[in-house]
Design a binder for this molecule. Structure first.
Ligand code: FPP
Ligand code: MG
Ligand code: MG
Length: 398
């Protein structure tokens, strides 16, 4: 839109940083097995959106000018910014972190900067327009993309996916065994890279993302037979459950990598919290649009099959809204669209309802919340670019 174009261009700010990601990842995924190398690099060979690394870099820039050593360690506290997803906050991670870790951070970052990298590009801080991206930010960006891709490798086996990023899905090309190994390998290398950041708080936060991903997948699996099941009726309870699942499977990685990026900049607690709230709301908006696009775009454009969620038995936001208007969707949701003609019938009811527009409106509310969280950061071209990324989520088609 016009408004978005007036804001600083994210690609101009950190595009050169991102252009190294694919090469760096290929290097981080070097193993003694040519087959493992090929399989674990397979999804990186297609052009992904790299939205997570982009956010890590932009948060790095946006927070580095506000950098101040933090007096105390922040824990993942509840925040009242968000009315709907109040239950989504992670209260388990980072509860036992000691403040002396922070005081060592500034020194350590400087040491790391001069010591040299751990594979990938040389360890030199990159300064542009007075804003600094540290080597640790670059490593975090790579870790984030590796965690994301490892979850996709496993997800495509679980979901029997046909295509991904315009390529045949990993297991179609190399079989289930190779897909699972590649996912494990990516996660293993991501864990090593994470440990090498030498930042216990970031390690704990990013490790908790892995729990969240599994938690989210399990929430999605849970059956609906029980009368009191959270998705037994299309009410607030069902939405809360769906949004919680959405935070866990998508929002958590985005939110916690934004948080970690701010921590690596040595930001104050309020800024670390703002980065987290920004990422959380953006992540949820991103997945809401993903769930909407499953009903609206062609599979060629999307790079993966559409209508896939119904086939998988999933009732996402467009279906939950449609169900409020068409109660006859209830039995179909309950049997996970497994009856003859259920998928087509549900598809038609969603399109006959206002489910798609209402999902977009919900995503817009999350986008607004994400951008409100940015207000606490000192205004800069990086905060503008972050705003632009958020707005682009609403107009994306793939
Ligand atoms: C894609 O969702 C899948 C995820 C966002 C997370 C998948 C998580 C796991 C398989 C748990 C294991 C985690 C690790 C780190 C190995 P989707 O299926 O709705 O989206 P799609 O349309 O892109 O397939
Ligand atoms: Mg899935
Ligand atoms: Mg899937």
């Amino acid at each position: 839109s016009d408004t978005a174009e007036k804001l600083a261009d994210p690609k101009e700010l950190v595009g050169s940083e991102l252009s190294f990601i694919t090469d760096n990842l290929a290097r981080l995924l070097e193993s003694g097995h040519p087959m493992l190398n090929t399989v674990s690099r397979y999804y990186f060979s297609a052009s992904g959106k790299h939205i997570r690394p982009l956010l890590v870099m932009l948060i790095a820039q946006a927070t580095s000018i506000a950098t101040k050593r933090r007096g105390k360690t922040s824990i993942l506290v509840d925040s009242d910014v968000d009315a709907i997803d109040y239950s989504l906050m992670d209260r388990t991670a980072s509860q036992n972190i000691h403040s002396d870790l922070q005081s060592q951070r500034a020194n350590r970052l400087m040491e790391d900067a001069t010591r040299g990298g751990h594979g990938g590009r040389p360890y030199l801080p990159h300064v542009k327009g007075g804003l600094t991206i540290l080597p640790t930010h670059r490593r975090l960006a790579e870790i984030t993309e590796m965690i994301h891709t490892s979850s996709l490798l496993h997800d495509d086996v679980i979901d029997h996916a046909e295509t991904r990023r315009g390529l045949p899905a990993i297991q179609k090309r190399f079989g289930n065994k190779m897909a699972i190994f590649a996912g494990d390998f990516l996660l293993a290398r991501a864990s090593m890279a994470l440990a090498r950041l030498r930042d216990p708080e970031v390690i704990e936060i990013m490790a908790s993302v892995l729990c969240d991903l599994v938690d989210g997948e399990f929430k999605q699996l849970k059956n609906l037979e029980d009368e009191d099941a959270p998705m037994a009726r299309p009410d607030e309870g069902a939405f809360e459950y769906y949004l919680e699942k959405t935070y866990l499977k998508t929002g958590s990685l985005v939110a916690k990598s934004c948080r970690s990026s701010a921590i690596l900049s040595n930001s104050t607690d309020d800024i670390v919290e703002a980065a987290y709230i920004y990422g959380r709301n953006l992540g949820i908006a991103f997945q809401l649009i993903d769930d909407l696009l499953d009903f609206t775009v062609s599979s060629t454009e999307f790079g993966k099959p559409v209508g896939a969620d119904l086939e998988l038995g999933l009732a996402t936001a467009p279906v939950l809204y449609a169900w409020q208007e068409f109660p006859e969707l209830g039995p179909l949701v309950a049997r996970k669209f497994s009856g003859e003609g259920d998928v087509a019938r549900a598809w038609d009811l969603v399109h006959a309802s206002s489910g798609i527009e209402r999902t977009r409106a919900l995503a817009r509310r999350y986008v607004e919340r994400a951008n409100e969280a940015l207000c606490i950061l000192p205004p800069s071209s990086a905060t503008q670019a972050l705003e632009r990324v958020t707005l682009s989520v609403l107009t994306r088609t793939k």
